[in-house]
Write a protein that binds this ligand. Sequence first.
Ligand code: SAH
Length: 349
Amino acid sequence: MNLADDLIARIAATGPMTVADYMTEALLHPKLGYYTTRDPFGAAGDFTTAPEISQMFGEMLGLCFAQVWRDGGGGSVTIAELGPGRGTLMADMLRAARAVPGFAEAVSVHLVEASPTLRATQAEALKDHDPVWHASADDLPEGPMLLVANEFLDALPIRQFVRAEAGWRERLVTVRDDALAFALGPVVPVPELDHHDVPEGTLVERCPALPHVVSAVAERVVRGGAAIFVDYGHWRSRGDTLQALRDHAPVAPLDAPGTADLTAHVDFEAVARAAPPARASAMITQGVLLERLGITARAQALARTLEGAALEAHVAAHRRLTHPGEMGDLFKAIALVPAGAALPPGFDE
Ligand code: SAH
């Protein structure tokens, strides 16, 4: 069976589907979904994420969390990750934070992962840490918690709306000439988008699951600890950012669902809005965060142990993670802490 044919039959029977429903099927269909069926990362896969580019990404975040833990007085804490991919980020964080006395003994590792394929990869990467898996952030233990999510929110399904004079028209997935195609639905009110004062014809995206996920995290963080979200995105959604990647190249989002990664930019204002009763930091760029956490000193120390092609790859990785025009500017970070608590190192108000 092929997922495109399955969706075409379903739309013929029950009508057009939202972009969010399409994304859910394409990414998480139990038999044919993108994440369910493969390990998408790295040179042989479809895309590369920051922790797969260099161990330094996880090391900086691990030391940042260890500092938050010490500032909070130590004690048992859950260290959690949403969408851990290959488990590389968590493994790098735990390895770096081992340098901080007591941390390794204080943490228990919890992972939120939908894909059975990736759970198996994570089990191998984290076999010394006895991780516990959950299907959703709602199932995580109650706080205190140190939580990281890198490129997780961008995989959550979005709905797309185009501004019309009297309201909004939803962009839907339908069937035209026996193929999946976009169409616009009727004009409807969407009160959640009322704060978007945009010209007619502008497309705005909404991620219905995002406030829910952020609230579940905030509820835990208010008991102590911190959460850090890192993702591709901006302060406020504007324009069509639905993107499909196959083999490191962009493809049409409706082309062969289940065989390409689908993401949309994260609306960081929506993260900040969902943060209370936790407190949100300002949004900063990944490059600024990593520089403030000391990535350059770490890069220099690592460089002294390398030569030849390995040294060149290391220098390129540092550049890719931090430089403007590369991930340094395109990716943003935001932190959540208990109301009244200091922000994690690297973040500001
Ligand atoms: N954080 C990793 C992987 C990012 S890819 C890294 O930086 O390398 C997105 C991850 O989120 C994958 O592990 C994917 O399987 C998982 N994922 C996507 N949607 C999910 C959902 N709704 N629930 C749980 N996990 C999800």
